[in-house]
Design a protein around this ligand. Structure first.
Ligand code: GDP
Ligand code: IMO
Ligand code: MG
Length: 425
């Protein structure tokens, strides 16, 4: 058996949470492979909204096991709060949530450093979620990070102290004041960590998933952020600090490349981005505002308004290539309902087509648009098969399939589980 991967092809917030929840009944394992609580994955369950940050989105499917993989960075107090909120709903996560021993930890020092580094950057700031992601991955690669499994050992307090000392020096260098309650914050952090370790003993995630695949169980690797935020391939430095493409599912879960099966690439029928950095198709006018309102485009983690724009085919083609996507999922097609005309950037000026080499720096990219007839979806009608959809939307989807050389597997027409139309088996 091979593990499938689901990831975002844009700048995050493509609807990964909903998509994983919809696909999860087909899988035994859902495993997050990178990122941390910078993610906000929204699920709508019986009219109730739930936002997951570190817990995989298969958690609401009874027969699913959920693994927080080694590529993830986790913040014990936030994760514990997320777990407690679900337990209050009556869920018994002891049976369905596992945490890799090699996942790195985000400490209070990492969060402060994230703030300090952003403040020092001034108008060049990345617009980070301030969740400590960058500093935690920095420590991982500098080889003085703290791993979940290591903190179950007797010298955990010493490890934390050493880490705090380094972070204090970092804060001083950046002239960032240390909060008076840092010691108290750190104690609370340690308490949360101890509770997690007790309730969720560290596991060898790679061994577990490989065993599961050997036994014929199905695994879905859940991505966070989006391909255009990848630390290597995104618009550096306006990126996150992890790899967000399919290759990261291998390193982030301990799966060999030969064990990867389908790669689902998810994108909205338009584009959004939170934080700073280039966004070639951004709409700065009223239309952008209309899109934000229609799509309720406000960050699931920070509540910031998302920047909105038209679909960007060169960026999509680039992202699909980087991950070897073989199944597309188009989300939020309902949001464009009622727009008389819909535009797509089919290339940037200077490019022959969207298939050209993708520019390393997108600041100066000027999109060339193609216009499509808009569509209107009836609110009281349920759309169950491709043929039910308005012709204009079907033409839009066909155009995308052809341009990306990849079939659209399903289309999402609303935030809840049921507003999903499978176009192919
Ligand atoms: P994620 O980070 O990729 O999981 O996406 P987010 O949860 O941050 O943002 C996606 C938002 O769009 C959430 O508010 C979802 O409830 C919502 N959503 C997902 N799919 C659809 C859809 O097809 N139509 C509409 N209108 N909303 C959707
Ligand atoms: P999900 O999984 C959208 C953005 C931040 C910022 C940049 C770096 O919900 O799609 P970081 O905190 O990672 O150092 O911030 O990346 N960002 C996201 N944008 N969705 C996300 O996750 C994001 N996670 C990080 O806004 O621009
Ligand atoms: Mg999100």
């Amino acid at each position: 058996m091979k593990a499938d991967v689901l990831l975002g092809l844009q700048w995050g917030d493509e609807g990964k949470g909903k998509a994983v929840d919809v696909l999860a009944p087909d899988y035994t394992w859902i495993a997050r492979f990178q990122g941390g609580p910078n993610a906000g994955h929204t699920l709508w369950l019986d009219g109730q909204k739930v936002v997951l940050h570190t817990i995989p989105s298969g958690v609401f499917r009874e027969d699913c096991q959920n693994l927080i993989g080694n590529g993830v960075v986790l913040h014990p107090p936030s994760l514990l709060a997320e777990i407690r909120a679900l337990q209050e709903k009556g869920m018994n996560l002891g049976q369905s949530l596992l945490i890799s021993d090699k996942a790195h930890l985000i400490t209070p020092g990492h969060r402060l450093l994230d703030q300090a580094q952003e403040a020092a950057k001034g108008d060049q700031k990345i617009g980070s979620t301030l969740r400590g992601i960058g500093p935690a991955y920095t420590d991982k690669y500098a080889r003085h990070g703290l791993r979940y499994g290591d903190m179950a050992r007797p010298n955990a307090a010493d490890l934390l102290q050493r880490s705090m000392d380094t972070h204090r020096q970092g804060l001083q260098t950046l002239n960032f004041p240390e909060p008076d309650d840092l010691e108290a914050q750190t104690e609370a952090w340690m308490d949360s960590l101890q509770s997690l370790l007790k309730e969720f003993p560290p596991v060898d995630g790679s061994w577990i998933l490989n065993q599961a695949l050997d036994q014929g169980q199905k695994v879905l690797a859940e991505g966070a952020q989006g391909s255009m935020l990848d630390v290597e391939y995104g618009a550096y430095p306006f990126v996150t600090s992890s790899h967000t493409t399919a290759a990261a599912a291998c390193t982030g879960l301990g799966l060999a490349p030969s064990r990867i099966g389908d790669v689902y690439g998810l994108f909205k029928a338009y584009c959004t981005r939170v934080g700073s950095g280039p966004f070639p198709t951004e709409l700065h006018d009223n239309l952008g505002e209309t899109l934000r309102k229609a799509g309720n485009e406000f960050g699931a983690t920070t509540g910031r308004p998302r920047r909105c724009g038209w679909l960007d085919l060169p960026a999509l083609h680039y992202a699909a290539r980087l991950s070897g996507v073989n199944k597309l999922i188009v989300t939020k097609a309902d949001v464009l309902s009622g727009f008389g005309e819909v535009q797509v950037a089919v290339r940037y000026e200077g490019m022959h087509s969207h298939r050209d080499s993708y520019p390393t720096n997108q600041e100066a990219c000027i999109p060339v648009y193609r216009s499509f007839e808009g569509w209107t979806l009836a609110q009281d009608k349920s759309y169950n098969k491709l043929e039910d959809l308005p012709l204009a939307l079907r033409a839009y989807l066909s155009f995308l399939e052809e341009s990306l050389d990849c079939p659209v597997h399903w289309v999402s027409l609303g935030p809840d589980r049921h507003s999903t139309l499978q176009t192919r088996i």
